[in-house]
Unconditional design. Sequence first.
Length: 394
Amino acid sequence: MIAGKNMLKRIGLSASFGFGDRLGSATPGHIAAVKGTPFIPVFAQQSVRENARTGRSPQQVMNDALRAVEDAGWNTVWGADADHLKSVDDLPPFIAAGYTFYTVDPGAYVNNEADQADPAILRKKISSQVNWDELSSMYIHKSNVPGLAPFNDELLVRAVAKYGQAIQHTINMFQRLSDQMESFDFEVSVDETDAPTSPLEHYYIANELTRQHVTFTSLAPRFIGRFEKGVDYIGDLAKLDAALEKHAAVTTHFGTYKISLHSGSDKFSVYPLLVKHWRDRIHVKTAGTSYLEALRTLAEVEPDLFRQIWSLGLERYPTDRASYHVSADPGKVPPPGELREYLEDFHAREILHVTFGSALGVYGNEIRAALARHNDRYQENLHLHFKRHLDSLK
């Protein structure tokens, strides 16, 4: 696997696309889809949460991707993403396995109530954590981004209260990585939070990280609307377009990082807006949609196994949905018809998406064996699915 490892490198600001693979067998289809496109692929991508549910280790995820890269003769740059890292304790196994891209998720440190809380109470809480005079002189009534109104006192208080601790946690994670690695992509993700990131808060996060000498490749804000798993965008596209224009003005101001779209699979209505505002300064991250293509294959060629997985999904959904932003209602799933129709239905897709850990825990061996028997069909489904994604990002 030496040749494949030699091309495993830092991606930087080039357009990139992350392919999650919860089964360890999807990379050939990913390779077929991304070949000939301008996107640098991230083939090995798994979060600590996903590894816990699939029973795989960072090294196993890396080995599966390397094997596919070698078999395909892939000879250009690719990346490996240690996704949604929440603690410095999460880092060692990914570093040991040779990951090149580290996505830090400081969401546990974001104060989602800061948007609505009394600003006087917020200011009192943060008074011992920051030098308010210094921050005021840097931010209040100073407009550094064209089209973006500057901070006033209240907006700055809310931004500091909301993101201050998350920024400090991110700095700590970056410093720990820097102590152990010379070169890596570093992504900051605040997308899995309840409260959207305003363009002004985006500016505050980026500026504070830059001031503290954190070199980050990409940033994933929490955009307005709902970016749920495995389905298209839910919300007002005109309002999103207007918000993205302001977010893009922030990234242009700094010019040192690209925008990252998490829960990026199947957001076909959003892709043209990404290209409109960022052109090729984008990273799109997908995960469970590859698993759904595996289930599409089973629905086509192993219907009995698919029915068992679906029944289990309905049973486990109330529990398994807890750590995901989804809104599927089992009562709104259409009555049984063509099994493939489940893979086109909003509610069924989300139910199947978030119950993958339960399905693999009960039927993992059967799923992998069935996909091995029908590997050509599986890889073709993956190829077509991701070709649609990548074509939409041109």
